[in-house]
Ligand binder design. Structure first.
Ligand code: NAP
Length: 316
């Protein structure tokens, strides 16, 4: 569309990028259009985005040349990596580097990098409160994203570093939802003690990113943290109990117990929750609810998210 600025969206068929695509295409007064980046322009999800009015293009974050083509002529890009598809922090770093270089090559005016903390700044490898994983990480799926921040800033890109939060959607898709115990009662398990966990509806991440693009230069060169609410396990259990109409308990375990659960990524997630627990004040402080709401006035609370989504939570 003539005169409109193009935002290239990586992960457009997924949770974060999809939220951004829908935020732009549902805003009839938007000064932006979206270019949805996918590996398969013929998938059902890609076709749905085209129906919403997105331009859909093929690229793979493992293929730097395809990213250059996908970013060419755009005003901005939303960049995200997909740790849980491959469990490799090195791959994430290489993909982030390819996106940053493609952004530089295209001369983009605004890049949003969806990132997380390099936890080694708080818990150096020699700190034994949590185990070192894969030889050089504490929280592999956080650390490589945080390490990639300096790839974006080092290239001198006009970048906003977007610190995201735990998706409440993990209760639906990531096997973290309440499960029936031997006593027949529902409980979900997190190693957070009585500390607060910043959470967000995954859809709201893209909406906040849209808010950042709309603010033009205001957030360039800045780090912005977002969350919908900061809640303790007990508070989440109370909200789940109300929404599901049956008692849900919070089963607080120690991080060591969680790390030992044995599912793929259990150690990484055990360390991640321990980081959030042990550095609660920093971690919540870095995710300001008022800032998130100013970027996305429709920002959902956990209660609001549950109203729309509780029926989708599988109760094992
Ligand atoms: N779960 C949480 O609580 C949470 C919280 C904060 C941050 N995160 C981070 O969020 C990231 C994932 O984002 P998401 O949840 O939005 O992902 P997602 O919903 O799993 O979507 C990923 C999309 O990315 C595309 N994709 C995958 N590999 C690709 C590749 N090689 N090249 C191009 N596109 C590719 C896929 O689209 P096509 O198949 O169409 O190509 C897929 O639809 C992870 O790194 C995770 O650490 C998660």
């Amino acid at each position: 569309m003539p005169g409109k600025k193009i935002i290239a969206v990586v992960g457009a068929t997924g949770a974060q990028g999809g939220g951004l695509v829908r935020a732009v295409t549902s805003d009839s007064n938007s000064g932006f259009t979206v270019r949805a980046v996918t590996r398969d322009i013929n998938s059902g999800k890609a076709k749905e985005l085209a129906k919403l009015g997105a331009e859909v293009v093929a690229a793979n974050v493992d293929d730097p040349e395809s990213l250059k083509r996908a970013f060419a002529g755009a005003y901005g890009a939303f960049c995200v990596t997909f740790f849980w598809d491959h469990f490799s922090p090195e791959k994430e770093l290489a993909q982030a580097t390819a996106m940053a270089q493609a952004a530089k090559h295209a001369g983009l005016q605004h890049v949003i990098w969806s990132t997380l903390e390099d936890t080694r700044k708080w818990v150096p490898l020699g700190d034994n409160r949590m185990p070192t994983l894969m030889g050089k990480y504490k929280v592999p799926h956080f650390d490589a994203k945080g390490e990639a921040d300096k790839v974006f800033t080092g290239l001198g890109l006009p970048v906003t570093l977007l610190l995201t939060s735990f998706y409440w959607d993990n209760f639906i898709h990531f096997g973290m939802g309440p499960k029936k115990g031997p006593d027949g009662k529902l409980a979900f398990t997190l190693p957070m003690g009585d500390k607060k966990l910043p959470g967000i509806a995954a859809e709201d991440i893209g909406r906040c990113a849209y808010g950042i693009f709309k603010k033009e230069r205001e957030y360039i060169g800045k780090t912005v943290g977002i969350a919908g609410e900061h809640l303790t396990g007990a508070q989440m259990a109370a909200a789940l109990t109300r929404a599901l109409g049956q008692e849900v308990r919070y089963n607080a375990v120690e991080p060591d117990v969680y790390r030992g659960f044995g599912f793929p990524g259990a150690e990484d997630l055990g360390n991640m929750f321990q980081f959030k627990r042990d550095f609660e004040q920093y971690f919540c402080g870095a995710r300001n609810l008022d800032v998130a709401r100013s970027l996305n006035p429709a920002l959902q609370t956990f209660e609001k998210w549950l109203t729309a989504n509780a029926s989708r939570i599988p109760l094992g």
